[in-house]
Design a protein around this ligand. Structure first.
Ligand code: CA
Length: 405
């Protein structure tokens, strides 16, 4: 079987980084969609693709070898995640295809997908997502699942736990078969009908991949989007290209919705770049959960930030209300003065302000035993109380006028 391949990957319209990675290396083709942490998504998908990049076609047992490589990727991503705090909790999907003469083996974990276009478009893989599980349990319709806000919560991913279960399937290839590997940035934006229409409209695999990615961007481009289109034709020979590509997309800027073609598709076959913009992330790929899925990590994170902000705000408000009710007599510019607040600084900020100045010399008051701590502030219960203290200081400082004789 002769193979022709097209591939396109784009950051999309919303995300700050492209955490998708892909592999186009005859006879192995794969997509990986990373998630987690500040840079974990990139690391996880890169590691998985890098591991698959070492795949060697065995004389027999290609499917088992592929599954073995995905399990090795699982171990590597886990190891890396355990050794680096920043990478904890990272994971990745992997959907891989090995062309084995007249057969194709697909191995799969996560919510990226493989489709076969033959008579009709047929989804070969099953999403390992919470919503898919709910569909199987009859709790959601497929339509509801497609729109579900938690549709990205995975029940299985590479790099999350030991004993990874890898789905595999083998199909006999017919000349004219076209297999699409793609990340959820494509299927989240385009329905199967649209995907099928584009695959039929574009006989050239590269044009098909470009068109799919462009359409996903035009539909909103809410996520990184990657499409690998593999065509099987009569004849023999390896994939119709000479170079080996192990790549993630170039960090192309999001193309504008309409108008010119934009940069979509630059990550084509000639691309061997492994550069990627690694800005500070706004990673909102959702949490991977192998068991019953908890709330998505991002929501939990937002919840915690919100709670902390609220507590801090209440503390500040409480402090402010308390401080505003406090008074003390202290010193300002060498004179006795009344302050509203408390005589201290927090993080360099004074928690008081001058309320009333007097003409009494602070240095003289401090010479008198009751007022020697004037500079530290003499607390009062109210403004009236503070004024009484000032009156007392004034009286004490007054030249003795009685009893002289
Ligand atoms: Ca994705």
């Amino acid at each position: 079987m002769k193979i022709r391949v097209g591939v396109a990957s784009d950051i999309g319209q919303v995300r700050e980084r492209n955490e998708d990675a892909y592999l186009v290396r005859d006879p192995l083709f794969a997509v990986a969609d990373g998630m987690g942490g500040h840079r974990g998504g990139n690391v996880a998908s890169d590691l998985a693709i890098e591991t698959l990049g070492t795949f060697r076609m065995p004389d027999q047992g290609a499917a088992a070898a592929l599954v073995e490589d995905i399990k090795r990727a699982n171990a590597r991503v886990m190891e890396r995640g355990a050794s680096d705090r920043d990478l904890r909790g990272m994971g990745t999907t992997v959907t891989a295809l090995v062309a084995d003469h007249a057969r194709a083996h697909v191995a799969h974990v996560g919510d990226s997908r493989a489709y076969l276009l033959r008579d009709a478009l047929q989804q070969l893989t099953e999403d390992h997502t919470l919503v898919q599980r709910m569909v199987q349990e009859g709790k959601l319709t497929p339509e509801e699942a497609g729109r579900h806000p938690q549709r990205s919560v995975l029940t299985r991913a590479v790099g999350v736990e030991d004993g990874l279960d890898v789905d595999e399937l083998t199909l006999d290839l017919h000349p004219g078969d076209r297999i699409l590997l793609c990340t959820d940035g494509l299927t989240g934006m385009l329905g199967d009908t649209t995907i099928e229409r584009i695959l039929r409209e574009e006989p050239d695999p590269q044009s098909a991949a470009d068109h799919l990615v462009r359409a996903a961007n035009e539909a909103g481009g809410e996520d990184n989007v990657t499409a690998v289109v593999v065509d099987f034709e009569e004849g023999d020979g390896s994939a119709e290209r000479t170079d080996t590509v192990v790549s993630r997309s170039q960090p192309v800027s999001p193309s504008s919705g309409g108008g010119s073609d934009g940069p979509v598709g630059q990550a084509g076959l000639a691309t061997t770049t492994i550069t990627i913009s690694r800005d500070e992330a706004s990673d909102d790929r959702q949490a991977v959960s192998a068991g019953p899925a908890g709330p998505p990590r991002r929501r939990r994170w937002i919840w915690w930030v919100g709670a902390v902000v609220l507590v801090v705000a209440l503390a500040l408000l409480g402090t402010r209300l308390y401080v505003d009710r406090q008074w003390y007599v202290g010193e300002s510019d060498g004179r006795v003065a009344i302050y509203n607040g408390i005589p201290t600084k927090v993080l360099g900020v004074h928690l008081s302000h001058l309320a009333e100045a007097t003409d009494l010399l602070a240095s003289r008051a401090e010479q008198l035993q009751p007022w020697q701590n004037l500079r530290d502030g003499i607390t009062a219960n109210s403004l009236g109380d503070a004024r009484s203290i000032v009156s007392q200081i004034r009286a004490d400082l007054a030249p003795p006028q009685r009893g002289t004789g």
